[in-house]
Ligand binder design. Sequence first.
Ligand code: SAH
Length: 347
Amino acid sequence: MKKDIVSYSCEELRGEIEKLGEKAYRSRQIYAWLHEKGAVSFDEMTNLSRGLRERLSQEYMIVRLELAAHQISRKDPTEKFLFELSDGNQIESVLMKYNYGNSVCISSQVGCRMGCRFCASTIDGLERNLTVSEMLRQVYEIQRISGERVSNIVVMGTGEPLDNYDNFVKFVHMVSDEHGLHISQRNITASTCGIVPNMRRLAEEGLQITLALSLHGSSQEKRRRLMPVANKYKLSEVMEACDYYFQKTGRRVTFEYSLVEGVNDKDEDVKELTVLLKKRKCHLNLIPVNPVRERNFKKPDSKKALEFENKLEKNGINVTIRRERGSDIDGACGQLRRRFAVEKKES
Ligand code: SAH
């Protein structure tokens, strides 16, 4: 089995290349080919000798993602990519173009074992973790296919990044490395359902990324109804871990709250949310829940969602409603991958 060269950090690659009897600057050239230019074959690496390119291709492979589907929204500048991995599993990633730059939403796992009730990604459970190279290549392939430069990354696709902790942290280091894409860590956001020990560990990594916490319920009891992970980690512990993250990194935590009609969109929720967030320096993102075929959750109508937002704002909470993107292209959370899986089964 050839070694996965795209998963090697700069230092690791140097070690590998030195073992081949090559000078250190060669490894920097190779790293730049792989991570700055997104090379897909050793033949492209024209500043290396043919002999070295051959040796590399005998020992190493460059992981690729095959484009299985590409959907471009007609409503807004959003594109969705379904990628096939070398083992046949499929993952999805999204490109969203904004005035300030291009943002890519990537997956961190094939499937997910967290079981959030409204989420399409978790229906068949966790298949496996993504490797570092599979996370990186989502960004590289999107740049290559779209011809756009990516400036922001959100790890909010399928999977729980803190359930694939080591690969996720290495991904952040590599994608922000000056010898690679050099994306500022401040432009990277990772969303977690609230795995407390790993949130605390992340706070101590010395990273500058934004942590987003999927809150979805304003009390322990309400959160538990939507998110099984709340059985393991209480809301109070999760909030303490968020405070710790802010204290250690100076980065404000973003709270995400999927609004579900009749479940968590009441006045009582406004009150509880205010108590929970008022004393914290944070931002609250409201996401009207995206209906998933297998689940019967509805989103509140836009008037109701606006009222919910206004009430929180009046209470002094820093809050926005996330504008829906790509709703015509299965934009939400695991829905494209899901549709393909279902179609495969049904055909
Ligand atoms: N596992 C991580 C990241 C992946 S999901 C987490 O839980 O945060 C990214 C965000 O989308 C999370 O806040 C998640 O709860 C939310 N989400 C998932 N399915 C959704 C749906 N159908 N409608 C609205 N938000 C959803």
